[in-house]
Write a protein that binds this ligand. Structure first.
Ligand code: COA
Ligand code: ZN
Length: 320
């Protein structure tokens, strides 16, 4: 059985500039709880100045109706965030670092080393409280600032996080530029040291390869898949990154591939509709040609990118 981690309420909303009312977020999470997903990343206890959309994380957590079989997790950057998450009743926390130094500086204002120092007391205290901890490794394939990231660099960060006591790692393609072969290369390296059941995958769908990348990961024994209903999302600190791969498309593709997934796509779509008044469903778009994500793409020839090519344009967006 593949576990689906719905990250729409956090990763999906963090990039939206129009502030969505807290009660709409609560209704969104409640509707997602009915869909069969294993875990919902409800919000982030980060600096409200950095991510104003999620400053109501405590209110949302306190007002959701919890289902017994669903884990309600929160993104936490430091000890302050952990205390806020604990007070709000998060069942699990996620800390986040990146394989790229530049992205880390822009996202969390510290180096990879600095992030490890920040996490140590967070993971220790979470352990004492019996809270499971996930560690995100952002930019695990490509970085908008540094280009290609080597699998060895990702393994180094992954091993440090596992040594610290993480329960799970989420390997993230933050700018959505990985190819299935790159996924295979990273899995070969990671799985030589870390068991597959401790690894989740998190793909953004900038170039429409999210589904293929997930299917390739699953062929390596990965059983935890992050996704965002309707393909919501992006990271405000990763120029050119578009939304996560859409949960409903992931579920459909996994079922088609013969995997067991106990998620109801109709109910997922009903949850997404709660946001329609604030975030109308967008037509599928390519990143703008001058975005860093685009200039790193193999279709970019220095003048034009795949978005301006008549042929060879990859399929973008959810397939459902
Ligand atoms: N919750 C609420 N406020 C927080 C906080 C938290 N977890 N951590 C720090 N702050 C506040 C501090 O109180 C301080 O406020 P002040 O300016 O009013 O005194 C301010 O934020 C700066 O704190 P500092 O500890 O110096 O942090 P920083 O400036 O080095 O920022 C992070 C570090 C990680 C807190 C910040 O970069 C951040 O929240 N980034 C979010 C990144 C993100 O969510 N990205 C998307 C997900 S990939
Ligand atoms: Zn993401």
């Amino acid at each position: 059985m593949i576990k689906i981690v719905e990250v729409g309420p956090r990763d999906g909303l963090q990039n939206e500039t129009e502030i969505i009312p807290s009660d709409t977020k609560v209704a969104f999470v409640n509707a997602l709880s009915e869909s069969g997903v294993s875990e919902i990343e409800v919000s982030a206890f980060v600096s409200p100045k950095r991510i104003p959309q999620l400053k109501d994380a405590s209110i949302v957590f306190k007002n959701i109706q919890r289902k017994k079989r669903v884990i309600y997790s929160a993104l936490v950057p430091n000890s302050k965030g952990l205390e806020r998450a604990v007070n709000a009743g998060a069942n699990k926390i996620s800390v986040f670092t990146a394989a790229s130094e530049t992205f880390n500086q822009k996202n969390i204002n510290t180096s990879v080393e600095g992030s490890m120092e920040r996490f140590r007391p967070v993971v220790r205290r979470a352990g004492n409280l019996g809270l499971p901890v996930r560690g995100y490794i952002s930019t695990a394939f490509w970085c908008a600032f540094e280009g290609k990231i080597s699998p060895r660099a990702v393994l180094g960060v992954a091993q440090r996080l596992m040594d610290m006591g993480m329960d799970e790692l989420s390997i993230s393609d933050t700018i959505g530029k990985a190819s299935p072969d790159e996924v295979g290369m990273l899995m070969d390296v990671l799985l030589s040291k870390i068991p597959a059941e401790r690894i989740a995958v998190h793909f953004h769908d900038t170039y429409g390869r999210g589904i293929d990348n997930i299917l390739r990961s699953v062929s390596y024994g990965i059983q935890i898949v992050d996704a965002s209903v309707g393909g919501l999302g992006g990271c405000p600190f990763a120029p050119g990154a578009t939304g996560n791969v859409a949960t409903e498309a992931v579920v459909a593709a996994l079922i088609k591939a013969g995997e067991k997934v106990a998620v109801d796509t109709e109910r997922l779509m009903r949850a997404r509709e709660m946001l329609d008044p604030y975030i109308p469903a967008k037509p599928d778009v390519l990143p703008p040609p001058d975005s860093p994500a685009c200039s790193l793409c193999e279709f970019f020839d220095g003048k034009k990118c795949c978005g301006s090519m008549a042929e060879g344009k990859p399929q973008i967006g959810p397939t459902l």
